[in-house]
Design a binder for this molecule. Structure first.
Ligand code: SF4
Length: 674
């Protein structure tokens, strides 16, 4: 029998509404849902491939254990027994940190799965928790923490009232957002660019988003912070600040210190550092002055560079000096529809200090409750991390030093991979556990609760029966804990509970009842303004000049990449970092490196030639795509793919000193014809 069921896609942060047509247990089509208030019928090729994903020929259908060179299917009882015994042995001999978890993007889009992975780590008493956050955006929680006292503040574009929007190293037409989702991006960006509104893009490439913009700046990779320093300097010294907002929400002595710190950042200094002309910089400044309030959003073009923290900090400062934060026409802060953090948030007078990194990398600074991914291989090599549970992620493609990462993962006592479709990780795992795919589980976007572009949440039922013996990630984590004599499921929940039971528990603090969310499937309200200023900040004032960022800015010359070619990371239209939804041969993305025509001429490279991109950490062979749309110094590559991947050119020893993030954008490389 044919059915047409409403659901939402969980490949990426946009969470587009979809209509799934089934014939029995077969997915016959996945299309955009025109009635979905967020995506309004829009989907991308990745979402529409969900049916192929569900019926993938390499679906993992049963638990299995590696036995020499072979695999042995095991019952769930046997495989969980086996895993628990290995964990127990390691915890007894080497302590709880010897058992770790890694949570990738796919896990974070599984509402109950991500929650359960974190609970498993907590109940084990292990500090060895790693996630994709430390790969591409640790600057965001750090800036939030050091400027407000809370690491979880998430600014969102006030898309109804904001008249000046700036995307900085962010290409939402392809990525569909970085910290905030942007479904139906082309239509929304056109709305943001319609006069008298302005949409500016600052990027090293004339991206698909830049083509829709009213103004574009194309700075040298890794130098965006200089544009922000210039804007703030000019606004403070020559007018354009929101004096009333600053008097209420910043300390006068900090404003004065900021002025001194930025004194050197006039248009000529910013032009010299970025390569943008003075006229271009002044054009953006005029737009900021004209509109008053603005919304700036960053992406991996800035958040994976050496200047990531400084850039993000100056973005926040720019919003403060223009009175744009927590104010209509600027940005609102998402309290979370399900979590409602605004209900009990309170000012924190004292900021936490960083603790030392794990034993093998004590120099790394830990601000939250997880270790940076840059430490994982060292921890394995040092014998500190011996068992790793991977929830829907692919360290082999997302981590630097790919060969070293592979060798380390193969040394583990147990590498337990929970996933839907086989990949490079399941090939080297000791235990492979079949997780339910998107269409086989009820879900709410629990982890992405604050990352929506609007104040909303949604619910999907399971569309089809679980494939093979697959189980929900939360259940697998809970069974591991149970077998170890631990439990993280609060009464009366148990491993006999259903997915919906767990989701109901997660929605306990929700803005509306779980039953209403289930019934309506998409529930929204209006943005809330003022709660951060009034409830979260000490004396309602931002901490404008955290000394950690001041120190980084003072050594800005070290943050600027050296002369020469620099690799930059970009997203793909039809593939998703590390997840790689299945495309048919003729609609798969082409693996290419964009290089500027000058680079091509200098090195005798023609469009379509095979080239070698190399760094001191490694090299890749890839086809060249000669394009005048990339900055002259940029070599634009994808991130997160096996084979032709920025990660193959980067090193876990080349990290940001505040977050331990591996630098993966604006990193020196060379290029030659193969
Ligand atoms: S943009 Fe594509 S991958 Fe992302 S949620 Fe929408 S359909 Fe899914």
């Amino acid at each position: 029998m044919t059915r047409d069921v409403k659901s939402f896609c969980r490949f990426c942060i946009a969470l587009c509404g979809i209509r799934v047509t089934t014939d029995g247990e077969t997915i016959t089509s996945v299309k955009g849902d025109p009635d979905h208030p967020g995506s309004r019928g829009y989907t991308c090729a990745k979402g529409r491939s969900l049916g192929r994903w569900h019926h993938h020929p390499r679906r993992i259908l049963e638990p299995r254990r590696q036995l020499g060179a072979d695999w042995e299917p095991r019952s769930w009882t046997d495989v969980i027994d086996d895993i628990a015994a290995i964990m127990r042995r390691n915890i007894d001999s080497h302590g709880p940190d010897s058992v770790g978890v890694y949570m990738g993007t796919a896990a974070s889009l599984d509402g109950a799965g991500k929650w359960a992975g974190e609970q498993l780590s907590r109940s084990l008493g292990s500090r060895s928790k790693y996630s994709a956050i430390s790969i591409d955006n640790p600057c965001k929680p750090l800036v939030s923490l050091l400027m407000s006292g809370h690491s979880g503040l998430v600014p969102v574009l006030d898309d109804q009232r904001c008249t000046l929007t700036v995307f900085l190293g962010c290409n939402p037409v392809i990525s569909h957002g970085h910290l905030n989702g942007l479904p139906d991006p082309v239509v929304r960006l056109r709305e943001l660019a319609a006069a008298p509104r302005e949409l500016w893009v600052i990027d090293t490439r004339i991206t698909e988003t830049a083509r829709l913009a009213t103004g574009v700046l194309q700075p040298r990779p890794g130098t965006d912070f200089a544009i922000l320093a210039f804007l703030i300097h000019e606004l403070l010294e020559n007018g354009g600040c929101d004096a009333d907002y600053m008097e209420k929400h910043a300390r006068a002595d900090e404003v004065q210190a900021l002025r001194q710190l930025l004194a050197e950042w006039d248009a000529h200094r910013a032009s010299e550092v970025t390569g943008c002309s003075v006229d271009e910089l002044v054009g953006l400044l005029s737009a900021v002055r004209q509109h008053g309030r603005l919304s700036v959003q960053t992406g991996t073009g800035t958040t994976m560079t050496a200047a990531a923290n400084v850039t993000e900090w100056l973005v926040w400062v720019l919003h403060v000096v223009t009175g744009s934060y927590d104010a209509p026409g600027g940005m609102w802060f998402h309290p979370g529809f399900l979590r409602q953090v605004n209900l009990d948030i309170a000012p924190k007078e004292a900021l936490p200090s960083a603790s030392p990194g794990p034993r093998s990398r004590p120099e790394l600074m830990i601000w939250g409750d997880e270790f940076p991914c840059s430490a994982m291989v060292d921890e394995i090599e040092a014998g500190n991390l011996r068992v790793l549970v991977v929830f829907g992620g692919n360290p082999l493609s997302a981590f630097p030093d790919a060969q070293r990462t592979l060798a380390a993962l193969e040394k583990l006592d147990a590498l337990i991979v929970l996933d839907v479709v086989e990949n490079e990780m399941s090939e080297i795992a000791t235990h492979v556990l079949p997780a339910r795919g998107q269409l086989e589980r009820a879900d709410i976007p629990f982890y992405y609760d604050q990352f929506n572009f609007d104040f909303s949440t949604q619910f999907t039922p399971a569309i089809v029966s679980p494939a093979g013996e697959s189980q929900s990630m939360w259940w697998i984590a809970a069974r591991m804990a149970e077998e170890l004599g631990l439990t993280f499921l609060p009464q009366p929940l148990s491993t006999s509970s259903t997915d919906v039971d767990i989701l109901r528990f997660l929605a306990t603090r929700s803005h509306v009842s779980f039953d209403e969310i289930v019934e309506k499937q998409y529930v929204s309200g209006s943005p809330t303004f003022g709660w951060v200023l009034q409830q979260a900040l000490p004396e309602q004032r931002w901490r404008l000049i955290p000394q950690e960022f001041v120190a980084q800015l003072q050594r800005w010359r070290e943050l600027i990449p050296p002369d020469g070619l620099l690799v930059t990371s970009r997203r793909q239209h039809r593939q998703l970092n590390s997840q790689c939804p299945p495309m048919s041969h003729d609609n798969a993305d082409q693996l290419v490196a964009f290089i500027h025509p000058d680079t091509a001429v200098e090195r005798g490279i023609a469009d379509g030639d095979e080239i070698v991109v190399s760094s001191p950490s490694g090299w890749i062979a890839i086809q060249a795509k000669v394009s005048a749309e990339v900055h002259r110094d940029s070599v634009s590559l994808t991130h997160g793919w096996i084979g032709a991947n920025v990660s193959l050119l980067t090193s876990a020893s080349n990290v940001d000193n505040l977050t331990g993030m591996v630098l993966q954008t604006a990193v020196p490389v060379d290029v030659r014809r193969r």
